[in-house]
Write a protein that binds this ligand. Structure first.
Ligand SMILES: NC(=O)c1ccc[n+]([C@@H]2O[C@H](COP(=O)([O-])OP(=O)(O)OC[C@H]3O[C@@H](n4cnc5c(N)ncnc54)[C@H](O)[C@@H]3O)[C@@H](O)[C@H]2O)c1
Length: 394
């Protein structure tokens, strides 16, 4: 039996705590929670009763001897520091996405994780979505041939001003460290690199406060390149309604289109590169076979990730989302910020010191404008009720 502690029981952490408390994960039990906010601690006392220890300070939870593993669901900036402390206490760690705010501190967390030898996972719950699993399988199988283009327009992350004001740390460089790319899109950036591998060059346009009264970007467009000449575009915002979620991958043998939870394949009989150079016609009409892939209904991915993490601890089952992978999607969003801030292409790997200097400049600029929010010690006003808005939103 794995005894879990949850650090940060706001929106997401309270859902993880409830899933464990309600016995939705075999061989796992909730023994402790921690939150700096008194309201959240009172909620936990009422919800879970005496069997679950409630701490204000996460250090006390880590050293209590009551837990074997922790799930860290605090604001992003704090993930690496809390994870490192937990590894030092010989605990297994499952962190929420994003892994952190900057890759430098995430690299340090990854180093400590590897040294500890403890289990390390990240809550990339969308990896459990059968649609993305199928897409990854087909691309790796070579069904689409050599990939030419990856194109994802995902602007169905609509949020209101009330959302941005729902927790004091949100929507600022000091409190959150980024906007839509860092908060909503780590899942999508992870699925992108999970299927396609890492791009080596990006150019990005990030518009801060485009649709809301916020300091960070709520609208972003990333253009990226791969060494084999493939390109990618990624377009997102939290300010368009109704939104779109359309992912299209095209290769030399056809294309795959995922939209509204439906995955369609459009497959050629011959490689387009052969057609291009060997056909005598200027605009040939080739046979295209269209297949609609039967996708299993999505179950709660968060629960699947905690189950998988528990099985990994208990019997060494392979992790769906290893913690070390968190740096990949963060590298894409960090590189995108660096590109937007400097107005130039950015290679991956990029200059992390330069990124941290420019992030610090954003934080200072924001403070000068009168916003001194930071992610530590500021109580959350979040309602703390699990809602299905965390599900994959096709
Ligand atoms: N995987 C997903 O689908 C998903 C969905 C939502 C949020 N998240 C992630 O979960 C994290 C939390 O987001 P949220 O929406 O639950 O935020 P939230 O503001 O609702 O909750 C954060 C909680 O952490 C507490 N906290 C802050 N500092 C703390 C500390 N040092 N020790 C203990 N508790 C502390 C706050 O008081 C608050 O209750 C973020 O990193 C977010 O990106 C992931």
């Amino acid at each position: 039996m794995v005894r879990y502690g949850i650090i940060g029981i706001g929106n997401m952490g309270s859902a993880h705590a409830k899933a464990l408390y309600e016995g939705k994960i075999d061989s796992a039990t909730l023994t402790a929670v921690s939150d700096t906010n008194i309201d959240r601690r009172t909620w936990a006392q009422n919800e879970f009763g005496a069997g679950t220890a409630v701490f204000e300070d996460y250090e006390s939870l880590l050293t209590s001897g009551l837990v074997d593993a922790v799930i860290i669901a605090t604001p992003h900036y704090s993930h690496p520091d809390i994870a490192k402390r937990a590894f030092k206490e010989n605990l297994h760690v499952l962190i929420e996405k994003p892994a952190g705010v900057d890759t430098k501190s995430v690299k340090e967390m990854n180093r400590v994780a590897m040294e500890s030898g403890k289990a390390f996972g990240i809550m990339f719950n969308q990896r459990t979505d059968a649609l993305f699993g199928a897409l990854k399988y087909y691309v790796e199988l070579g069904l689409l041939g050599e990939i030419k283009r990856f194109n994802w327009i995902i602007n169905n992350w609509y949020r209101t001003q009330a959302y941005y004001e729902s927790s004091s740390w949100r929507a600022s460089w000091n409190g959150e460290g980024g906007g839509v790319l860092l908060n909503q899109c780590p899942h999508n950036l992870d699925i992108w690199q999970w299927i396609m591998g890492m791009p080596t060059k990006v150019m990005a346009f990030c518009h801060e406060g485009q649709f809301h009264d916020v300091y960070v970007e709520d609208d972003a467009t990333i253009y990226a390149e791969y060494p084999n000449k493939a390109t990618a575009t990624f377009i997102t915002s939290t300010g368009e309604y109704p939104g779109t979620n359309r992912l299209e991958i095209s290769g030399t043998m056809g294309k795959a289109v995922a939209e509204n939870g439906v995955l369609k394949l459009f497959l050629l009989d011959k490689d387009e590169r052969d057609i291009c150079y060997n056909s005598t016609k200027s605009m040939p009409k080739e046979k295209v076979t269209q297949i609609t892939v039967n996708i299993q209904e999505q179950v709660d991915g968060h629960i699947l990730i905690i189950r998988n993490f528990t099985e990994h601890i208990e019997n060494g089952k392979e992790l769906i989302a290893p913690g070390l992978d968190g740096i990949k999607s963060l590298s894409i969003s960090n590189a995108a910020y660096l590109s937007a801030w400097t107005g130039s292409f950015v290679d991956i790997p990029f200059d992390e010191t330069r990124f941290n200097e420019l992030l610090e400049a954003k934080r200072q600029e924001e403070k000068e404008k009168g916003n001194a929010k930071n992610s530590v010690d500021i109580p959350s006003e979040a309602a703390g009720e699990y809602s299905d808005r965390w599900q994959v939103r096709w």
